[in-house]
Design a protein around this ligand. Structure first.
Ligand code: NAD
Ligand code: GLY
Length: 392
């Protein structure tokens, strides 16, 4: 990664993101440089109740279908449907999926599409992804492929989805060969982030989302890492102001990166995959059965990426230990909760989407806040590192 590229997206952050409409609501604009696409990310308390009025002026038709999961439906579907009804939306019966990573599959995708087609949704209609990253990814993919594209809105309800998955247009499902291997870049028309819904999020899920926040700090924002060291525990205990600040910071960081490299062609957006090559391999070894959550795997993956960087003489030991100490202090995982063999891990890492021409591509770091995309990684080095870490 060159410093030129860093400047490119930081400049964009200054111009594309502006403070909001009202005291309570923060607006982050995402303007994709190479296309005419732009959309707002609204962050604040009470946005769920305002969803109808926020969407009414934006969508070409009032025909809408909410896709959610059973847990989110149990707590929040009624207020959302009321808000849509008050703005005279013609909402179809919601599509309610089982919660959890296992839902991100072809069968559930087919189920969503068939339901929506049975409700006679057309290209002017809108699918509302209302839930965590699982719902956002699969509903977004359904919107992308249904009739070659129908309207799409994100109302994320987990910390992870609010700081990462709802922003930037990556949609998809898992396949037998691995994570997110079928999907599309397909952007929502707006992202509505109601911070109030985090009150019901279990602590484990909050920590999983926190790992993605940490990722932004590790990529290029050491001052934010310092802020997280000061405020991370407070945020995880439910401090609403700290949560809102970190969500806004994360959305601005992601919007700036996506604006500069929306379809991941310039080694800028790929930085967002810090920790993911290791993390996705851990998730796959865990069989997506709930023993390790995506965010937990990303947290461990970030530590492994820094440890591997240190092993290659790139990252100082003190930065690795600073990250480990922060993960421990905030109660995040520093190692997988099951046995991992180096060979299994290496084999999984070889099917990562970033790899090219048989070579492993990894996001590494020269320091906290100094991530870069390494295209010259020797597979033998990765293998040796994993053997030292996990044993053959
Ligand atoms: P998730 O969607 O499975 O949600 C986690 C759990 O929290 C679920 O059981 C859900 O029902 C529950 N839940 C959701 N909102 C709640 C609330 N407000 N209160 C109580 N419970 C609530 O998981 P996730 O961590 O949100 O998302 C993980 C997924 O996101 C992974 O599949 C990952 O690959 C994907 N992801 C995608 C991107 C992207 O750019 N598209 C980025 C990061 C992660
Ligand atoms: N979560 C990685 C990306 O959006 O590119």
């Amino acid at each position: 990664m060159t410093s030129e590229k860093q400047t490119l997206w930081r400049d964009k952050a200054l111009t594309a993101s502006e403070n909001a409409a009202s005291e309570n609501i923060v607006r982050v604009g995402l303007d994709i440089r190479e296309s005419a696409k732009s959309y707002d990310i609204l962050i604040g308390s009470g946005l769920l109740a305002e969803a109808g009025e926020r969407l009414a002026g934006l969508l070409p038709s009032r025909k809408i279908c909410v896709v959610t999961d059973e847990t989110v439906a149990g707590s929040y579907l009624v207020p959302l449907m009321r808000a849509l009804d008050a703005a005279e939306f013609k909402a179809c019966p919601p599509v309610i999926l089982p919660p959890g990573e296992e839902t991100k599959n072809f069968k559930q995708l087919e189920y969503i599409i068939n339901k929506c087609l049975s409700y006679k949704l057309d290209r002017n209609s809108t699918l509302v992804a209302f839930g965590g990253g699982v719902v956002g990814d699969i509903a977004g993919f359904a919107a992308a492929v249904m009739m070659r594209g129908t309207g799409f809105v994100q109302i994320p309800t987990t910390l992870l989805a609010q700081v990462d998955s709802s922003v930037g247009g990556k949609t998809g499902i898992n396949t037998a060969a691995g994570k997110n291997l079928a999907g599309a870049f397909y952007h929502p028309k707006i992202v509505l982030i109601d911070t109030d819904v985090l009150k019901t999020l279990p602590p484990r899920e909050l920590k999983a989302g926190y790992a993605e926040i940490l990722k932004y700090a590790l990529i290029d924002d050491p001052a934010f890492f310092g802020w997280l060291e000061e405020n991370g525990e407070k945020l995880l205990k439910g401090d609403a102001a700290a949560q809102k600040y970190a969500i806004e910071k994360s959305c601005r960081a992601k919007a700036a990166i996506v604006a500069a490299d929306a379809d991941e062609k310039k080694d800028i957006r790929a930085l967002l995959n810090l920790g993911h090559s290791f993390g996705h391999a851990l998730e796959a070894i865990g069989n997506y059965d709930g023993r390790i959550l995506h965010g937990e795997a990303v947290g461990i993956g970030c530590l492994l990426a820094l440890e591997f960087s240190r092993a290659r003489g790139l990252c100082p030991e003190k930065d690795v230990e600073r990250l480990r100490a922060h993960l421990q202090k905030t109660g995040l995982m520093t190692a997988p909760p099951f046995d991992v063999s180096a060979e299994d891990m290496f084999a999984r890492m070889q099917s990562d989407k970033k790899n090219r021409d048989g070579r492993i591509v990894l996001v590494l770091a020269r320091r906290i806040g100094g991530a870069f995309v390494a295209r010259d990684v020797d597979g033998a080095d990765v293998r040796d590192f994993l053997k030292n870490k996990f044993g053959a």
